[in-house]
Design a binder for this molecule. Structure first.
Ligand code: 2HG
Ligand code: ZN
Length: 487
Protein backbone atom coordinates (compact mmCIF):
# COMPACT_ATOMS: atom_id res chain seq x y z
CA UNK A 1 0.00 0.00 0.00
CA UNK A 2 1.27 3.50 -0.73
CA UNK A 3 2.20 5.62 2.30
CA UNK A 4 0.89 9.01 3.32
CA UNK A 5 3.54 11.64 2.56
CA UNK A 6 5.60 12.54 5.62
CA UNK A 7 5.97 16.22 6.64
CA UNK A 8 9.52 16.07 5.25
CA UNK A 9 8.28 14.92 1.82
CA UNK A 10 5.61 17.61 1.77
CA UNK A 11 8.14 20.26 2.59
CA UNK A 12 10.50 18.96 -0.10
CA UNK A 13 7.65 19.15 -2.64
CA UNK A 14 6.83 22.67 -1.45
CA UNK A 15 10.42 23.81 -1.90
CA UNK A 16 10.66 22.11 -5.29
CA UNK A 17 7.45 23.62 -6.71
CA UNK A 18 7.19 27.01 -5.01
CA UNK A 19 3.97 28.75 -3.97
CA UNK A 20 2.29 28.48 -7.40
CA UNK A 21 2.99 24.79 -7.63
CA UNK A 22 2.13 23.57 -4.13
CA UNK A 23 -0.91 24.17 -1.97
CA UNK A 24 -2.67 22.66 1.01
CA UNK A 25 -5.16 25.50 1.21
CA UNK A 26 -8.59 23.87 1.59
CA UNK A 27 -10.24 26.68 -0.41
CA UNK A 28 -7.91 26.17 -3.37
CA UNK A 29 -8.18 22.38 -3.36
CA UNK A 30 -11.89 22.10 -2.60
CA UNK A 31 -13.26 22.24 -6.21
CA UNK A 32 -10.91 19.46 -7.29
CA UNK A 33 -11.76 16.91 -4.62
CA UNK A 34 -15.24 16.05 -5.84
CA UNK A 35 -16.02 14.39 -9.15
CA UNK A 36 -18.09 16.12 -11.84
CA UNK A 37 -21.15 14.05 -11.04
CA UNK A 38 -20.72 14.83 -7.33
CA UNK A 39 -20.85 11.19 -6.25
CA UNK A 40 -17.31 10.84 -4.93
CA UNK A 41 -15.55 13.08 -2.48
CA UNK A 42 -11.86 12.64 -1.78
CA UNK A 43 -9.07 14.26 0.21
CA UNK A 44 -5.48 14.99 -0.79
CA UNK A 45 -2.39 15.62 1.29
CA UNK A 46 -1.51 18.46 -1.11
CA UNK A 47 -2.34 19.71 -4.58
CA UNK A 48 0.71 19.95 -6.83
CA UNK A 49 0.66 22.10 -9.98
CA UNK A 50 3.96 21.66 -11.80
CA UNK A 51 4.95 24.06 -14.56
CA UNK A 52 7.02 21.67 -16.67
CA UNK A 53 7.56 18.02 -17.57
CA UNK A 54 10.82 18.15 -15.62
CA UNK A 55 8.89 19.14 -12.51
CA UNK A 56 6.41 16.30 -13.08
CA UNK A 57 9.33 13.88 -13.37
CA UNK A 58 10.88 15.21 -10.15
CA UNK A 59 7.55 14.84 -8.33
CA UNK A 60 7.09 11.26 -9.53
CA UNK A 61 10.68 10.33 -8.63
CA UNK A 62 10.22 11.62 -5.10
CA UNK A 63 6.81 9.98 -4.70
CA UNK A 64 8.21 6.67 -6.01
CA UNK A 65 11.10 6.84 -3.54
CA UNK A 66 8.65 7.45 -0.69
CA UNK A 67 5.88 5.28 -2.10
CA UNK A 68 3.36 8.09 -2.13
CA UNK A 69 0.27 7.77 -4.35
CA UNK A 70 -0.31 10.27 -7.15
CA UNK A 71 -3.70 11.16 -8.62
CA UNK A 72 -3.24 12.99 -11.94
CA UNK A 73 -5.97 15.44 -12.83
CA UNK A 74 -6.84 17.70 -15.79
CA UNK A 75 -10.22 19.45 -16.07
CA UNK A 76 -11.88 17.12 -13.54
CA UNK A 77 -14.67 16.30 -15.99
CA UNK A 78 -14.36 12.52 -15.68
CA UNK A 79 -17.74 10.79 -15.82
CA UNK A 80 -16.39 7.86 -13.77
CA UNK A 81 -14.55 9.64 -10.95
CA UNK A 82 -11.25 8.77 -12.60
CA UNK A 83 -9.43 11.80 -11.17
CA UNK A 84 -10.86 11.94 -7.65
CA UNK A 85 -8.49 10.92 -4.84
CA UNK A 86 -9.41 8.46 -2.10
CA UNK A 87 -11.03 9.86 1.05
CA UNK A 88 -8.05 8.81 3.22
CA UNK A 89 -6.12 11.92 2.15
CA UNK A 90 -2.90 9.95 1.68
CA UNK A 91 -2.31 10.78 -1.98
CA UNK A 92 -1.15 13.94 -3.68
CA UNK A 93 -3.35 15.49 -6.35
CA UNK A 94 -1.25 16.23 -9.42
CA UNK A 95 -2.95 18.98 -11.39
CA UNK A 96 -1.64 19.41 -14.94
CA UNK A 97 -3.67 22.57 -15.52
CA UNK A 98 -0.73 24.95 -15.24
CA UNK A 99 1.03 23.17 -18.09
CA UNK A 100 -1.23 24.77 -20.68
CA UNK A 101 1.17 25.81 -23.43
CA UNK A 102 0.70 24.90 -27.05
CA UNK A 103 4.37 24.26 -27.74
CA UNK A 104 3.94 24.42 -31.49
CA UNK A 105 1.20 24.39 -34.08
CA UNK A 106 2.21 23.70 -37.65
CA UNK A 107 -0.56 24.14 -40.20
CA UNK A 108 1.46 22.59 -43.04
CA UNK A 109 2.27 19.37 -41.28
CA UNK A 110 -1.12 19.39 -39.51
CA UNK A 111 0.31 18.96 -36.05
CA UNK A 112 -0.14 20.67 -32.69
CA UNK A 113 2.17 19.83 -29.81
CA UNK A 114 0.19 20.56 -26.66
CA UNK A 115 1.04 20.29 -23.02
CA UNK A 116 -1.31 18.21 -20.91
CA UNK A 117 -3.15 21.17 -19.40
CA UNK A 118 -4.26 22.74 -22.70
CA UNK A 119 -8.05 23.06 -22.62
CA UNK A 120 -9.80 21.50 -25.60
CA UNK A 121 -11.70 24.69 -26.53
CA UNK A 122 -8.41 26.64 -26.52
CA UNK A 123 -6.89 24.11 -28.88
CA UNK A 124 -9.93 24.48 -31.14
CA UNK A 125 -9.44 28.27 -31.24
CA UNK A 126 -5.68 28.09 -31.82
CA UNK A 127 -6.14 25.60 -34.66
CA UNK A 128 -8.86 27.75 -36.23
CA UNK A 129 -6.52 30.74 -36.25
CA UNK A 130 -4.11 28.65 -38.31
CA UNK A 131 -7.02 27.55 -40.56
CA UNK A 132 -6.88 24.02 -39.22
CA UNK A 133 -8.99 22.13 -36.73
CA UNK A 134 -8.62 19.46 -34.13
CA UNK A 135 -11.48 17.10 -34.98
CA UNK A 136 -12.57 15.93 -31.57
CA UNK A 137 -15.25 17.67 -29.57
CA UNK A 138 -17.39 16.97 -26.56
CA UNK A 139 -19.72 18.80 -24.23
CA UNK A 140 -16.98 19.42 -21.61
CA UNK A 141 -14.68 21.15 -24.13
CA UNK A 142 -14.48 24.28 -21.97
CA UNK A 143 -12.75 22.38 -19.16
CA UNK A 144 -11.46 19.02 -20.50
CA UNK A 145 -7.70 19.03 -21.03
CA UNK A 146 -5.45 17.33 -23.55
CA UNK A 147 -3.89 15.14 -20.85
CA UNK A 148 -7.27 13.92 -19.68
CA UNK A 149 -8.47 13.35 -23.24
CA UNK A 150 -5.38 11.24 -23.93
CA UNK A 151 -5.49 9.38 -20.61
CA UNK A 152 -9.13 8.42 -21.18
CA UNK A 153 -8.99 7.91 -24.95
CA UNK A 154 -11.83 10.43 -25.24
CA UNK A 155 -14.38 10.12 -28.01
CA UNK A 156 -17.20 12.65 -28.38
CA UNK A 157 -19.32 13.60 -31.33
CA UNK A 158 -16.94 13.33 -34.31
CA UNK A 159 -15.67 9.80 -33.77
CA UNK A 160 -17.83 8.69 -36.68
CA UNK A 161 -15.47 10.39 -39.12
CA UNK A 162 -12.19 10.92 -37.24
CA UNK A 163 -12.01 8.20 -34.61
CA UNK A 164 -11.11 8.54 -30.94
CA UNK A 165 -7.95 9.99 -29.41
CA UNK A 166 -6.14 6.77 -30.33
CA UNK A 167 -6.20 7.88 -33.96
CA UNK A 168 -5.46 11.54 -33.29
CA UNK A 169 -2.45 11.27 -31.00
CA UNK A 170 0.64 11.16 -33.20
CA UNK A 171 3.21 11.32 -30.44
CA UNK A 172 3.32 11.36 -26.66
CA UNK A 173 5.46 12.57 -23.81
CA UNK A 174 4.81 11.01 -20.43
CA UNK A 175 6.41 10.47 -17.05
CA UNK A 176 6.45 6.77 -16.14
CA UNK A 177 5.86 5.57 -12.56
CA UNK A 178 9.60 5.44 -11.78
CA UNK A 179 9.95 9.11 -12.72
CA UNK A 180 11.59 8.54 -16.10
CA UNK A 181 10.50 10.73 -19.00
CA UNK A 182 9.24 8.94 -22.09
CA UNK A 183 10.02 11.32 -24.95
CA UNK A 184 7.90 10.25 -27.86
CA UNK A 185 6.52 13.44 -29.32
CA UNK A 186 7.89 13.01 -32.80
CA UNK A 187 5.10 12.01 -35.14
CA UNK A 188 6.61 9.00 -36.86
CA UNK A 189 4.39 7.45 -39.49
CA UNK A 190 6.28 4.21 -39.16
CA UNK A 191 7.88 2.94 -35.98
CA UNK A 192 8.36 -0.73 -35.24
CA UNK A 193 10.58 -0.64 -32.19
CA UNK A 194 8.40 -3.11 -30.36
CA UNK A 195 5.49 -2.42 -28.01
CA UNK A 196 3.46 0.68 -28.77
CA UNK A 197 3.90 2.48 -25.46
CA UNK A 198 1.97 5.48 -26.74
CA UNK A 199 -1.14 3.38 -27.30
CA UNK A 200 -0.61 1.67 -23.95
CA UNK A 201 -0.70 5.04 -22.19
CA UNK A 202 -3.69 6.30 -24.18
CA UNK A 203 -6.73 5.17 -22.23
CA UNK A 204 -4.69 4.00 -19.23
CA UNK A 205 -6.46 6.53 -16.97
CA UNK A 206 -3.30 7.70 -15.25
CA UNK A 207 -2.54 4.22 -13.93
CA UNK A 208 0.65 3.71 -15.95
CA UNK A 209 2.11 7.21 -15.96
CA UNK A 210 1.40 10.91 -16.30
CA UNK A 211 0.82 12.30 -19.79
CA UNK A 212 2.69 15.60 -19.97
CA UNK A 213 2.31 16.50 -23.66
CA UNK A 214 0.93 15.13 -26.91
CA UNK A 215 1.42 15.72 -30.63
CA UNK A 216 -2.06 15.94 -32.07
CA UNK A 217 -3.28 15.59 -35.61
CA UNK A 218 -4.99 18.61 -37.18
CA UNK A 219 -7.19 18.42 -40.25
CA UNK A 220 -8.16 21.11 -42.78
CA UNK A 221 -10.62 23.71 -41.62
CA UNK A 222 -14.27 23.26 -42.58
CA UNK A 223 -15.41 25.26 -45.62
CA UNK A 224 -19.12 24.78 -45.02
CA UNK A 225 -21.26 22.71 -42.75
CA UNK A 226 -24.88 21.66 -42.78
CA UNK A 227 -26.58 20.73 -39.53
CA UNK A 228 -30.03 19.16 -39.27
CA UNK A 229 -32.41 17.93 -36.61
CA UNK A 230 -34.48 14.99 -37.75
CA UNK A 231 -37.61 13.39 -36.31
CA UNK A 232 -37.52 9.59 -36.27
CA UNK A 233 -39.71 6.63 -35.35
CA UNK A 234 -36.91 4.48 -33.98
CA UNK A 235 -33.13 4.02 -33.71
CA UNK A 236 -33.48 1.37 -36.41
CA UNK A 237 -34.86 3.97 -38.80
CA UNK A 238 -32.04 6.28 -37.64
CA UNK A 239 -29.28 3.84 -38.53
CA UNK A 240 -30.82 3.19 -41.95
CA UNK A 241 -30.95 6.95 -42.47
CA UNK A 242 -27.29 7.30 -41.52
CA UNK A 243 -26.27 4.67 -44.04
CA UNK A 244 -28.31 6.41 -46.73
CA UNK A 245 -26.77 9.81 -45.92
CA UNK A 246 -23.28 8.33 -45.97
CA UNK A 247 -23.74 7.03 -49.47
CA UNK A 248 -25.44 10.23 -50.68
CA UNK A 249 -22.72 12.45 -49.14
CA UNK A 250 -19.47 10.47 -49.20
CA UNK A 251 -16.87 11.53 -46.61
CA UNK A 252 -19.10 14.34 -45.39
CA UNK A 253 -21.10 13.00 -42.43
CA UNK A 254 -19.18 13.85 -39.25
CA UNK A 255 -21.78 13.36 -36.57
CA UNK A 256 -24.92 11.35 -36.16
CA UNK A 257 -26.30 11.60 -32.65
CA UNK A 258 -29.50 9.94 -31.48
CA UNK A 259 -31.74 11.75 -29.00
CA UNK A 260 -34.94 10.26 -27.57
CA UNK A 261 -37.89 12.50 -26.84
CA UNK A 262 -37.23 11.91 -23.11
CA UNK A 263 -33.78 13.54 -23.40
CA UNK A 264 -35.04 16.44 -25.50
CA UNK A 265 -37.80 17.04 -22.94
CA UNK A 266 -35.22 17.18 -20.12
CA UNK A 267 -33.17 19.75 -22.05
CA UNK A 268 -36.21 21.91 -22.84
CA UNK A 269 -37.26 21.78 -19.19
CA UNK A 270 -33.90 22.52 -17.59
CA UNK A 271 -31.73 24.50 -20.02
CA UNK A 272 -32.82 28.12 -20.38
CA UNK A 273 -33.21 29.52 -23.89
CA UNK A 274 -33.70 26.16 -25.63
CA UNK A 275 -36.67 25.40 -27.87
CA UNK A 276 -37.98 22.38 -29.75
CA UNK A 277 -36.62 22.32 -33.30
CA UNK A 278 -39.56 20.51 -34.90
CA UNK A 279 -43.29 21.38 -34.83
CA UNK A 280 -44.18 17.94 -33.52
CA UNK A 281 -42.54 15.68 -30.94
CA UNK A 282 -41.13 12.43 -32.35
CA UNK A 283 -40.18 9.43 -30.20
CA UNK A 284 -36.62 9.72 -31.51
CA UNK A 285 -34.49 12.43 -33.09
CA UNK A 286 -31.13 12.58 -34.80
CA UNK A 287 -28.69 15.44 -34.97
CA UNK A 288 -26.64 15.26 -38.15
CA UNK A 289 -23.69 17.33 -39.24
CA UNK A 290 -22.16 17.11 -42.72
CA UNK A 291 -19.18 19.21 -43.75
CA UNK A 292 -17.25 20.16 -46.86
CA UNK A 293 -13.64 21.33 -47.07
CA UNK A 294 -12.78 24.88 -48.12
CA UNK A 295 -13.40 25.53 -51.79
CA UNK A 296 -15.75 22.54 -52.14
CA UNK A 297 -19.52 22.98 -52.60
CA UNK A 298 -21.67 22.93 -49.48
CA UNK A 299 -22.80 19.38 -48.56
CA UNK A 300 -26.17 18.71 -50.14
CA UNK A 301 -27.76 17.61 -46.87
CA UNK A 302 -31.15 19.18 -47.67
CA UNK A 303 -31.48 17.19 -50.89
CA UNK A 304 -30.33 13.99 -49.24
CA UNK A 305 -32.81 14.48 -46.42
CA UNK A 306 -35.60 15.30 -48.89
CA UNK A 307 -35.03 11.95 -50.53
CA UNK A 308 -34.82 10.21 -47.18
CA UNK A 309 -38.17 11.70 -46.14
CA UNK A 310 -39.74 10.51 -49.37
CA UNK A 311 -38.22 7.08 -48.93
CA UNK A 312 -39.61 6.74 -45.39
CA UNK A 313 -36.22 6.97 -43.68
CA UNK A 314 -37.17 10.03 -41.64
CA UNK A 315 -40.38 11.59 -40.34
CA UNK A 316 -39.48 15.29 -40.41
CA UNK A 317 -36.35 17.46 -40.55
CA UNK A 318 -35.22 21.01 -39.82
CA UNK A 319 -31.99 22.28 -41.38
CA UNK A 320 -30.12 25.10 -39.67
CA UNK A 321 -30.07 28.14 -41.93
CA UNK A 322 -27.38 30.01 -39.99
CA UNK A 323 -24.39 29.28 -37.74
CA UNK A 324 -26.48 30.48 -34.79
CA UNK A 325 -29.18 27.93 -35.59
CA UNK A 326 -26.58 25.20 -36.03
CA UNK A 327 -25.13 26.07 -32.63
CA UNK A 328 -28.62 26.04 -31.09
CA UNK A 329 -29.19 22.50 -32.40
CA UNK A 330 -25.84 21.37 -31.05
CA UNK A 331 -26.67 22.95 -27.71
CA UNK A 332 -29.75 20.72 -27.44
CA UNK A 333 -27.54 17.67 -27.85
CA UNK A 334 -24.63 18.80 -25.72
CA UNK A 335 -26.84 19.83 -22.80
CA UNK A 336 -28.37 16.40 -22.23
CA UNK A 337 -25.97 15.43 -19.42
CA UNK A 338 -26.42 18.72 -17.64
CA UNK A 339 -30.22 18.58 -18.00
CA UNK A 340 -30.30 14.99 -16.78
CA UNK A 341 -28.16 15.92 -13.79
CA UNK A 342 -30.44 18.87 -12.96
CA UNK A 343 -33.45 16.61 -13.14
CA UNK A 344 -32.14 14.21 -10.51
CA UNK A 345 -30.14 11.03 -10.14
CA UNK A 346 -29.74 8.44 -12.89
CA UNK A 347 -27.94 5.13 -13.16
CA UNK A 348 -25.50 6.01 -15.93
CA UNK A 349 -24.21 3.46 -18.42
CA UNK A 350 -21.88 4.07 -21.34
CA UNK A 351 -22.24 1.02 -23.49
CA UNK A 352 -21.31 -0.18 -26.93
CA UNK A 353 -22.27 -3.12 -29.08
CA UNK A 354 -21.63 -3.77 -32.75
CA UNK A 355 -23.06 -0.77 -34.65
CA UNK A 356 -25.58 -2.80 -36.64
CA UNK A 357 -26.82 -4.47 -33.43
CA UNK A 358 -27.39 -1.24 -31.49
CA UNK A 359 -30.96 -0.39 -32.58
CA UNK A 360 -32.19 -3.82 -31.54
CA UNK A 361 -30.18 -3.73 -28.33
CA UNK A 362 -31.66 -0.34 -27.43
CA UNK A 363 -35.22 -1.53 -27.95
CA UNK A 364 -34.86 -4.88 -26.21
CA UNK A 365 -32.72 -3.68 -23.31
CA UNK A 366 -35.02 -0.73 -22.59
CA UNK A 367 -38.05 -3.01 -22.54
CA UNK A 368 -36.26 -5.51 -20.30
CA UNK A 369 -35.07 -2.87 -17.81
CA UNK A 370 -38.43 -1.14 -17.58
CA UNK A 371 -40.21 -4.47 -17.10
CA UNK A 372 -37.77 -5.69 -14.44
CA UNK A 373 -37.56 -2.42 -12.47
CA UNK A 374 -41.07 -1.04 -12.40
CA UNK A 375 -41.36 2.68 -13.00
CA UNK A 376 -37.77 3.23 -14.19
CA UNK A 377 -37.35 5.25 -17.39
CA UNK A 378 -34.54 4.54 -19.83
CA UNK A 379 -32.95 7.61 -21.40
CA UNK A 380 -30.58 6.22 -24.04
CA UNK A 381 -28.88 8.77 -26.27
CA UNK A 382 -25.66 9.52 -28.07
CA UNK A 383 -23.33 8.14 -30.63
CA UNK A 384 -25.50 5.69 -32.57
CA UNK A 385 -23.16 5.77 -35.56
CA UNK A 386 -20.36 4.46 -33.31
CA UNK A 387 -22.53 1.78 -31.71
CA UNK A 388 -22.26 3.66 -28.41
CA UNK A 389 -25.14 5.06 -26.38
CA UNK A 390 -25.42 6.43 -22.89
CA UNK A 391 -28.01 3.99 -21.63
CA UNK A 392 -29.03 5.97 -18.59
CA UNK A 393 -31.85 4.79 -16.34
CA UNK A 394 -33.86 7.31 -14.34
CA UNK A 395 -35.61 6.26 -11.14
CA UNK A 396 -39.37 5.84 -10.84
CA UNK A 397 -41.10 9.21 -10.39
CA UNK A 398 -41.13 10.10 -6.70
CA UNK A 399 -38.25 7.75 -5.74
CA UNK A 400 -36.32 9.09 -2.78
CA UNK A 401 -32.67 10.18 -2.72
CA UNK A 402 -31.68 6.68 -1.55
CA UNK A 403 -32.53 5.17 -4.96
CA UNK A 404 -29.06 5.73 -6.37
CA UNK A 405 -27.35 3.94 -3.51
CA UNK A 406 -29.92 1.27 -2.71
CA UNK A 407 -31.59 0.41 -6.02
CA UNK A 408 -29.36 1.53 -8.88
CA UNK A 409 -26.58 -1.11 -8.46
CA UNK A 410 -29.05 -3.87 -9.35
CA UNK A 411 -30.16 -1.87 -12.39
CA UNK A 412 -26.53 -1.40 -13.44
CA UNK A 413 -25.71 -5.08 -13.05
CA UNK A 414 -28.80 -5.94 -15.10
CA UNK A 415 -27.86 -3.52 -17.90
CA UNK A 416 -24.25 -4.65 -17.94
CA UNK A 417 -25.29 -8.31 -18.08
CA UNK A 418 -27.35 -7.51 -21.16
CA UNK A 419 -24.35 -5.72 -22.69
CA UNK A 420 -22.05 -8.64 -21.93
CA UNK A 421 -24.55 -11.10 -23.42
CA UNK A 422 -24.58 -8.95 -26.57
CA UNK A 423 -20.77 -9.11 -26.77
CA UNK A 424 -20.46 -5.40 -26.01
CA UNK A 425 -18.45 -3.11 -23.74
CA UNK A 426 -19.58 -1.65 -20.42
CA UNK A 427 -17.39 1.38 -21.06
CA UNK A 428 -17.39 2.67 -24.61
CA UNK A 429 -15.88 6.09 -23.98
CA UNK A 430 -15.92 7.29 -20.35
CA UNK A 431 -13.43 4.76 -19.02
CA UNK A 432 -13.60 2.68 -15.85
CA UNK A 433 -12.40 5.10 -13.14
CA UNK A 434 -13.81 4.20 -9.74
CA UNK A 435 -17.41 3.89 -10.83
CA UNK A 436 -17.05 0.83 -13.05
CA UNK A 437 -14.12 -0.88 -11.42
CA UNK A 438 -16.13 -3.61 -9.68
CA UNK A 439 -18.19 -4.22 -12.80
CA UNK A 440 -15.08 -4.56 -14.94
CA UNK A 441 -13.77 -7.12 -12.48
CA UNK A 442 -17.09 -8.96 -12.46
CA UNK A 443 -17.51 -9.08 -16.22
CA UNK A 444 -14.05 -8.63 -17.76
CA UNK A 445 -12.68 -11.65 -19.60
CA UNK A 446 -10.03 -13.35 -17.41
CA UNK A 447 -7.36 -13.14 -20.14
CA UNK A 448 -7.89 -9.40 -20.58
CA UNK A 449 -7.88 -8.71 -16.83
CA UNK A 450 -4.81 -10.75 -16.06
CA UNK A 451 -2.85 -9.16 -18.92
CA UNK A 452 -3.88 -5.71 -17.69
CA UNK A 453 -2.83 -6.56 -14.13
CA UNK A 454 0.51 -7.88 -15.36
CA UNK A 455 1.16 -4.65 -17.27
CA UNK A 456 0.21 -2.58 -14.24
CA UNK A 457 2.52 -4.58 -11.97
CA UNK A 458 5.39 -4.35 -14.44
CA UNK A 459 5.22 -0.60 -14.91
CA UNK A 460 3.96 0.45 -11.50
CA UNK A 461 5.16 -2.19 -9.03
CA UNK A 462 4.64 0.14 -6.08
CA UNK A 463 1.03 0.85 -7.04
CA UNK A 464 1.43 4.63 -6.75
CA UNK A 465 -0.17 5.75 -10.02
CA UNK A 466 -3.83 6.65 -9.60
CA UNK A 467 -4.57 3.73 -7.26
CA UNK A 468 -8.11 2.43 -7.11
CA UNK A 469 -8.90 3.47 -10.69
CA UNK A 470 -9.35 1.04 -13.58
CA UNK A 471 -7.91 -1.89 -11.60
CA UNK A 472 -8.34 -2.48 -7.90
CA UNK A 473 -5.71 -0.84 -5.70
CA UNK A 474 -4.52 -4.22 -4.47
CA UNK A 475 -2.97 -5.00 -7.86
CA UNK A 476 0.35 -3.47 -6.96
CA UNK A 477 0.40 -5.10 -3.54
CA UNK A 478 -0.27 -8.54 -4.92
CA UNK A 479 2.71 -8.10 -7.15
CA UNK A 480 5.02 -7.59 -4.19
CA UNK A 481 3.54 -10.54 -2.35
CA UNK A 482 3.80 -12.68 -5.48
CA UNK A 483 7.37 -11.68 -6.23
CA UNK A 484 8.31 -12.32 -2.61
CA UNK A 485 7.35 -15.99 -2.87
CA UNK A 486 8.76 -16.46 -6.34
CA UNK A 487 12.23 -18.04 -6.43
C1 2HG B 1 -22.24 12.72 -23.96
O1 2HG B 1 -22.15 12.02 -24.97
C2 2HG B 1 -21.31 12.45 -22.83
O2 2HG B 1 -23.02 13.67 -23.88
C3 2HG B 1 -22.03 12.31 -21.49
O3 2HG B 1 -20.49 11.37 -23.10
C4 2HG B 1 -23.01 11.20 -21.41
O4 2HG B 1 -23.98 12.05 -19.37
C5 2HG B 1 -23.78 11.08 -20.09
O5 2HG B 1 -24.24 9.97 -19.77
ZN1 ZN C 1 -20.77 10.51 -25.08
Amino acid sequence: MPNPPSPAVLSELETMLGPRGFTRDPQATEPWLTDWRRRYRGEAAAMLSPASSAEVAAIVRLCAAERVAIVPQGGNSSMVAGATPDPDGHSVLLSLRRMNRIRSLDADSGLAVCEAGVILADLHSAAAEARRRFPLSLAAKGSATVGGLVATNAGGTQVLRFGTMRGLVQGLEAVLPDGSLLEGLSPLRKDNRGYDLKQLLIGSEGTLGVVTAASLKLVPVIGARAVAWIGLRSPDQGLKLLRRLESALPDAVESFEIVPQSALALVLAHIPGTRAPLGEAYPWNALVEATAPEGAPEPALAEALGEALEGGLAEDAAIASSEAQAEALWRLRESISEAEQKDGPAAKHDVSVEVSAMPRFMAEAAAAVEARFAGTRVNAFGHLGDGNVHFNVRPPAGAGPGWLIDESPAVTAFVHDLVAAAGGSISAEHGIGQTKLAELERLGEPARLSAMRAIKRALDPLGIMNPGKLLSASTGQESLAESAVRP
